[in-house]
Design a protein around this ligand. Sequence first.
Ligand code: RIB
Length: 301
Amino acid sequence: MRALCFGSLNIDYVYQVPHFVAGGETLAAGSLSRFSGGKGLNQSVALARAGLEVRHAGAVGRDGLFLLEELRAAGVDTGHVEVLEDVPTGHAVIQRTPSGENCILLYGGANRRITPAQIDRVLADCGPGDALILQNEISRLPYLAERARERGMTVALNPSPMEEGLLPLLPLADYLLLNEVEAAQLLAGLGRPVPEAEEPLAAALAEALPSTAVLLTLGSRGSLFTQGARLLRQAAVSVRAVDTTAAGDTYTGFFLAGVLGGREAEWAMRYAATAAAIAVTRPGAAPSIPSRQEVLAEMKD
Ligand code: RIB
């Protein structure tokens, strides 16, 4: 199956800080690094490094041309990324602590300039043999998801950042990939109870979305997968984290590459957990994502 990732491309400015800055506080950063990022770009890189044929669609300004180089170097087709003259590329201001935790402030820039005309052009040659991978960092998501369903495409949605406007899109998704915070926000938005424990939380998602396969990521506690009455658990691979940025994107890309490539969900979860564990031992978003060969060697597959 071919993958079309229609998503954000960001320039990530990563500030090394002793702790996250608090309201009213002035804090000096120890260092500043610039990386390629954006949940869309990261997931395209992960899907391609995991072995899938990937096209990326989105928008950058002139200052973001190096992001296209990063995608091409990973083997991603960038023919559907538009370069806009009058708007800067999206960017993220990321604080990273000594334990590798991060917090992220987003500026949408060109990512918020996606138009129905661009969507129609991109989807023109897509059909049931294509999967559309979406996150929530670009404009016009409802139009995009609806047109993709009309064309019979498989739709995978990573509802991040989660917001109320995404709720009507949930029934359009074949795959939903999210973390615990997003899962709680989603259930609350649907007016449903939010269980605190992991497995009841996953079961509540399965009940709310009976025709969607759900991957719930739990950070250092691994992940759960539910589809109907089926519930699978994968433990995290234990490593010393340097930078957790894009760990979720790596997990998403490798899991989807596994299942869209015809593997069982159990194997895809192990593939994803191993890839994410390697990614957190390296700095940066897209540059930290491992290759298929590295991951398979670590899995001893
Ligand atoms: O998921 C990590 C990504 O979130 C970063 O690369 C940043 O750009 C934001 O989109």
